[in-house]
Design a protein around this ligand. Structure first.
Ligand code: VGL
Ligand code: ZN
Length: 198
């Protein structure tokens, strides 16, 4: 029985001043550093998009950020350009102590499919490899923290619960985008999937 802390997308673009800033995104960092210090295993996820990624509104003429589009795999929110591979915006926030991380999982690198979840891309089929990594280390309990509660934390937590992990989301160490009721929907969806909201 090994427990892991999964720290989701604590990157400059999701913090105040970033391209897709989440209100108060940087407030959670001291608490995350404290949790990391006492964790058995620590995994970080990093949103990591190529230029012209299909989740960017700028890749769809006539579309604006935060509009929806139908992709072959289902509906997709269009975002401002963010977390470009190698950019300062894609870097972890300076205040985050990354030294403690055992593993960094990058996601969203497939040009034609977005990836909110750390486990599967938004087609809900293409794996990132995280499940195999956790299984091979005997990790079966997960605590999740990070950004954004209603997108990447939500999708990662629900996928983990579906895969059979015991999952807790520490809501005090998450912050949300909260567009069109997305935070309330995410809470309901996580609870329905058996995720504990701490
Ligand atoms: C995220 C939107 C687009 C997130 C990533 O980390 O929640 N949200 N890419
Ligand atoms: Zn993204």
């Amino acid at each position: 029985m090994t427990h892991a802390l999964i720290v989701i997308d604590v990157q400059n673009d999701f913090c105040p001043g970033g391209a897709l800033a989440v209100t108060g995104g940087d407030e959670i960092i001291p608490g995350i550093n404290t949790l990391m210090a006492g964790a058995e295993a620590v995994i970080l996820t990093q949103d990591w998009h190529p230029q012209g990624h299909s989740s960017f509104a700028s890749s769809h003429p006539g579309k604006a950020a935060f509009e929806m589009i139908d992709m072959p795999y289902g509906p997709q929110v269009l975002w401002p350009d963010h977390c470009l591979q190698g950019s300062g915006g894609a870097a972890f926030h300076d205040a985050l102590n990354t030294d403690r991380a055992d593993m960094i999982v990058r996601k969203g690198y497939n040009p034609s499919i977005d990836s909110y979840s750390g486990f599967f891309e938004n087609d809900q089929t293409t794996p990132t490899g995280l499940h195999g990594y956790l299984q091979s280390r005997g990790i079966d309990r997960l605590t999740m923290v990070g950004l954004a509660t209603d997108f990447c934390v939500n999708f990662t937590a629900v996928d983990a619960a579906k895969l059979g992990y015991a999952v807790t989301v520490d809501m005090a160490l998450c912050r949300a985008i909260d567009m069109d009721g997305s935070l309330a929907m995410a809470r309901d969806g996580m609870q329905a999937a058996g995720v504990t909201l701490g």
